[in-house]
Design a binder for this molecule. Structure first.
Ligand SMILES: Nc1ncnc2c1ncn2[C@@H]1O[C@H](COP(=O)(O)OP(=O)(O)O)[C@@H](O)[C@H]1O
Ligand SMILES: [Mg+2]
Length: 208
């Protein structure tokens, strides 16, 4: 039984890393295993998460702005470190998922995002659990090597599970969760369960 509500924000200072995609996929996966999920779409310019949920029959998960009930709250965020909505999401979250590809350029932006999160944590006094989620992984490529090591090099703890690059995820915005191939649904579910069972930190985060 779950009585506690977790607030999980999908974050990166750069656009196109897969924040919205992974946020809605994780939402759909948790829904299939019976968890109550709400998605707060704070990317009010793009509204990718809202339109995906609406068009795939999951519009009931879209939160209007404040949460009442619901065991898991997922927040999609704008790709701007200086946006007040980004800062609001970071301050609300007990768990922050840094969504990034394994590309060195994206890891640099991710490191800048971590520094911005540290500043927010200093001013709010809240110290959320932060994990890095690799998205768009192409296995067998050189960039897919040593993913855990490269996460720690930028001061981030990686999730064990990751999400591969699949065209099916691009189609899913029209086709919905149920039309995804089983392997895709399984990898998203593995990520979703890892995220949903992360511990929430209450003490100050130790510097690496
Ligand atoms: N794992 C993936 N495999 C293939 N395409 C992906 C994957 N993740 C994201 N994409 C695609 O990349 C683009 C950007 O993703 P999106 O979730 O909108 O990024 P963000 O919200 O970070 O700006 C979209 O076209 C999306 O379909
Ligand atoms: Mg987005």
């Amino acid at each position: 039984m779950h009585t506690h509500t977790k607030t999980i924000a999908f974050i990166n200072g750069k656009g196109g890393t897969g924040k919205s995609t992974t946020c809605v996929l994780v939402a759909a996966a948790l829904d299939t295993v019976g968890r109550a999920v709400q998605v707060l779409d704070l990317d009010t310019t793009q509204r990718t998460a809202t339109s995906w949920l609406d068009s795939s029959g999951l519009g009931h998960m879209v939160a209007s702005g404040h949460f009442s009930t619901g065991e898991v709250r997922l927040i999609d965020t704008p790709p701007r470190l200086d946006s007040t909505l980004f800062q609001k999401a970071a301050a609300m979250a007990s768990i922050i998922i840094l969504v990034t590809s394994p590309s060195p350029a994206d890891l640099v932006t991710t490191q800048q995002t971590i520094l911005a999160l540290d500043l927010i944590a200093e001013s709010t006094g809240a110290h959320p659990t932060v994990r890095l989620l690799y998205n768009n992984v192409q296995q067998g490529t050189s960039l897919s090597q040593d993913l855990p090591i490269r996460a720690r090099e930028i001061g981030a703890e990686p999730l064990v599970q990751f999400i591969r690059r699949r065209q099916a995820y691009q189609h899913s915005i029209i086709m919905g969760w149920k039309k995804l191939p089983a392997v895709a649904r399984e990898e998203v579910l593995a990520v979703a369960l890892e995220i949903a069972t992360l511990p929430e930190k209450t003490l100050a985060r130790r510097k690496p």
